[in-house]
Ligand binder design. Structure first.
Ligand code: PRT
Ligand code: ZN
Length: 298
């Protein structure tokens, strides 16, 4: 058990692919920070929630040691450390998917090499920075291969002859293409996740954690949400409602002008494309408006 504390600490990546989006998410939750001189610790001014700016690889460990209660990392980093056989049980759990930093951990072979399935990897040397995730996947495929651990520039290993193929993070695929490599299997779908300590807190941190999670849920819901407004004739209402995108129940009201017409509003949690608006128009909707939602508390 860690000592009682009345402030919550969140660890986020100091500088890298997840830094900006992580800090942006917390700002949208209403958190404001005063940065310290060493730029590692940021004091929370709006709420008793402080920020630690560190390397992403250190975040699961900081939670394990009780230094922080929450952290934002790629699922690839969290799962790699969770699978480390040196640890009995990972001291953290995935609390929320955050929807940014999406990528996948994938096996890639040289363009000219054939690949018919995992069995083709038997006896090969695979370069990766994710030995535990790769080892776990190979075991589940019943394939025995040699894992060559590299901490960077994994994609050049086949050309250097230090490995036959690689297992690395891919987002656009441009890096693989530039290195004459071809993705053949994805072993983990990743994105930024909020991780937290397994334990419950018997002090102020329990309530702060709940408050922050509620705000994060609101921010995530709002990010994809749109308010759809339209008008319809009562005779067409049923067909318009049937054509609405999935979302919260629609609110239907009567308009003064033109008399007898109905106004419909609904919060939608998926993208509304032009084709969908045209379908609604065919169903009898007019005056269609799609508006962004800024805040939501339900
Ligand atoms: O310094 P620190 O240790 O904190 O940062 P880092 O260098 O370890 O991590 P960083 O900032 O590179 O990435 C942080 C997290 O972003 C990763 O752990 C992933 O969860 C996520 N992420 C999302 C990615 C990518 N997309 C990504 N494309 N991380 C790395 N890449 C690399 C990949 O390794 C490869 O070299 O980008 C290249 C491939 O990109 P494409 O677009 O060419 O396919
Ligand atoms: Zn890192």
């Amino acid at each position: 058990m860690s000592k009682p504390r009345d402030r919550l600490r969140i660890a986020v990546q100091k500088s890298g692919r997840l830094s900006e989006a992580s800090q942006d998410l917390l700002a949208r939750c209403g958190l404001k920070f005063r940065q310290s001189r060493d730029k590692l610790f940021c004091f929370g001014e709006a709420l008793p929630i402080d920020l630690l700016l560190v390397r992403d690889d250190d975040i699961p460990g900081l939670i394990g040691q009780g230094v922080c209660e929450l952290g934002i990392v790629g699922r690839n980093v969290a799962q790699e450390q969770a699978l480390d056989p040196a640890r009995a049980e990972p001291p953290f759990v995935e609390v929320r998917e955050l929807g940014f930093g999406r990528c996948r951990l994938a096996i890639a072979v040289a363009d000219e090499d054939s690949y018919a399935g995992p069995q083709d990897l038997g006896g090969k040397r695979i370069a990766t920075s994710y030995p535990h995730l790769l080892g776990d996947w190979l075991r589940r495929q019943h394939v025995a291969a040699e894992i060559v651990v590299l901490n960077g520039s994994v994609e050049i290993a086949p050309r250097l002859g230090t490995a036959d193929l690689i297992c690395d993070l891919v987002s656009s695929g441009a890096t693989l293409a530039a290195n004459q490599l071809r993705e053949v299997a994805s072993i983990l779908d990743s994105q930024a996740v909020l991780i937290g300590a397994r334990q419950d807190y018997a002090d102020e941190r329990a309530e702060l954690r709940e408050l922050l999670l509620r705000r994060i849920d609101g921010v995530i819901r709002v990010r994809e949400s749109k308010l759809l407004l339209l008008q319809a004739d009562p005779s067409r209402l049923a067909s318009v409602l049937a054509a609405l995108p999935k979302g919260d129940p629609a609110t239907v009201g009567a308009l003064d002008r033109p008399a007898g017409r109905l106004s419909v509003q609904v919060v939608c949690h998926e993208a509304i494309g032009w084709a969908h608006l045209e379908e609604l128009k065919r169903a009898g909707a007019t005056q269609l408006l799609v508006l962004p939602v800024e805040k939501m508390l339900t």
